[in-house]
Design a protein around this ligand. Structure first.
Ligand code: NAD
Length: 512
């Protein structure tokens, strides 16, 4: 059974979708798909509300984030229920990835955005410093469209929304149709925090709504989702000359050096691969382990995987895939890899004891880079492990990918880990940890190659929702420009003398 199925509607009616639980396959909800008219109306309301919102100081706007944090903290059980119903994920994962991370992001931007967005006075170089003064003002872009995926149904909408809002923008958010009510919580949270009407609107819908939002005339799109959709969004934005950030898919490698603490590395591999049922953009999708420790590492991984509890109720470790289409991808990639010679050491099949979209935590060896499993994003609970001769081979194989989102390196020698990190083509790298930079707000987050365009989070992320506007003030009140004309050979000779002085002598170079 599909998790999202269209409901038959009459011509002229808004389309509707039926949702089923990924854990039980029982129907849980129906949604009405917002169309281009709804998007236009939301944009109009956002345009009306934005100037007054931008007129508040950053500190005043930050107070709404603090209130939103309080709402999230106080009503967390109610919100968790919504997320668990739509995703089936273990409560602990929803608690950490959605609620804790949400509270942390709101608190972080409330506290630090006033500093990130403070007007900066820049010291100018050379003789310019005697002639001009420069200020850089961070002004909001206007209305930002946020389009989010289903794998982090609350946090991946909440985080960019909080950053765009605190920067003074109005936001129209379009969460995934797979987890629409979890995404809509972002709106509920800010409404309960007292956000002025129109500043944030949530549109429930699918690709039709998302595409309409991109075309509606917003001032920026912050998109998180697949490469295929990201490319469509980028094309539409390019046509409209609208800036966009694209946080797309990944195929994160993990490198295990011979000197790594193998127990911890095994724990890191298991958490990296199976967290959120592997539906984690920075999930570990490929492991390269140095040959001399490969057997010991593999044994430790298998020991841990055997203890994972898959389930739907009470305490369990691994939930279902959230979407039937994702399960189909996992099934296809594993079957193809096995057909091409890969060996399954754990899992490798749907869980026969559970009715929902459960794929058993899977470990494979004898995989090669010509398998789709090693080249395409899997986004499921699958851990392929490859033996490599040495660290150089590991780096070469890690870089042999169209993706470049995250990576992680395990070694007892942190300096060596950092050196290896610098050689990996990835948006971010963790040493002795699974890739978890998205949860560290100070770290700019984004992907290289097909994993995206632009970065989010931290100072850079908040500023990406602004236009950095330089305001240049002439110290001489315009006297110099007023005497621009007439040109003369005498003036030219003066400029040439000045250039020789500034750029032709050590003292001049020091001054300039
Ligand atoms: P998706 O691309 O199918 O959908 C993402 C969003 O785009 C949804 O809200 C969807 O309704 C909307 N959409 C669909 N068609 C659209 C169109 N033509 N125009 C505008 N919007 C449209 O992705 P998904 O399956 O929801 O999410 C999983 C993907 O997201 C994975 O590839 C994962 O790696 C990626 N992801 C990336 C990050 C990151 O930060 N890099 C984080 C989480 C997930």
């Amino acid at each position: 059974m599909a998790i999202v199925t269209p409901i038959e509607t009459q011509p002229g009616e808004r389309r509707r979708l039926r949702l089923a639980s990924p854990a039980t396959l029982e129907p849980i909800d129906e949604i009405c798909v917002a169309n281009a008219d709804d998007v236009r109306a939301a944009l109009e309301a956002a345009r009306k509300a934005q100037p007054a919102w931008a007129g508040l100081s950053v500190r005043e706007r930050a107070r709404y984030l603090v209130r939103a944090q309080r709402v999230l903290l106080e009503r967390q059980d109610e919100f968790l229920e919504v997320i668990l119903r739509e995703s089936g994920k273990p409560r602990s994962e929803a608690l950490m990835m959605e609620i804790f991370a949400g509270c942390d992001a709101l608190g972080f931007y409330a506290k630090h955005a006033p500093r990130f967005l403070r007007t900066e006075k820049k010291k100018l170089h050379g003789v310019l410093r005697f002639l001009k003064k420069l200020r850089i003002r961070y002004r909001p872009l206007g209305v930002v469209g946020v389009i989010s995926p289903w794998n982090g149904p609350l946090i991946l909408g909440l985080n960019p929304t909080a950053q765009a809002l605190v920067a003074g923008n109005a936001v129209v958010l379009k969460p995934s149709e797979v987890t629409p009510r979890s995404g809509a919580l972002v709106g509920e949270i800010f409404e309960a925090a007292g956000l002025p009407e129109g500043v944030l609107q949530v549109l429930i819908g699918d690709g039709e709504t998302g595409a309409a939002l991109v075309e509606a005339g917003v001032d920026k799109i912050a998109f998180t989702g697949s490469v295929a959709t990201g490319r469509k969004v980028a094309e539409a934005c390019a046509r409209r000359l609208v800036p966009c950030t694209l946080e797309l898919g990944g195929k994160d490698p993990m490198i295990v050096c011979a000197d790594a603490d193998l127990d911890r590395a095994a724990g890191g591999a298991v958490a990296g691969a199976f967290l959120n049922t592997g539906q984690y953009c920075c999930g570990t999708e490929r492991v390269y382990v140095v040959d001399e420790v490969a057997d010991a590492f593999l044994a430790k991984v298998l020991e841990r995987v055997a203890k994972l509890r898959q389930g739907a109720q009470g305490e369990f470790d691994v939930g279902p895939l959230f979407w039937d289409r994702q399960l189909a991808t996992v099934e296809r990639q594993v079957a193809e890899a096995v057909g091409q010679g890969a060996r399954v050491l754990a899992g490798g099949r749907r869980n026969p004891e559970l009715p929902g979209l459960y794929w058993e935590p899977t470990v494979l060896v004898d995989v090669t880079h010509d398998m789709a499993l090693m080249r395409e994003e899997t986004f499921g609970p699958v851990l392929p492990i490859v033996r490599v001769r040495d660290e150089d081979e590991a780096v070469r194989m890690a870089n042999d990918s169209d993706f470049g989102l995250g990576a992680n390196v395990w070694t007892a020698n942190v300096e060596k880990g950092c050196e290896i990190a610098a050689r990996i083509d990835a948006g971010s790298v963790c040493v002795n940890d699974m890739t978890m930079t998205y949860g560290v707000q100070e770290a700019p987050f984004g992907g290289l190659k097909q994993s995206g365009i632009g970065q989010t989070n931290g100072e850079l992320g908040v500023r990406s929702f602004c236009w950095a506007q330089p305001v240049l003030v002439d110290r001489l009140g315009g006297r110099q420009t007023a005497s621009q004309y007439p040109y003369s050979h005498k003036k030219d000779a003066g400029i040439q003398r000045l250039m020789r002085l500034l750029f032709g002598s050590p003292l001049g170079r020091w001054l300039s």
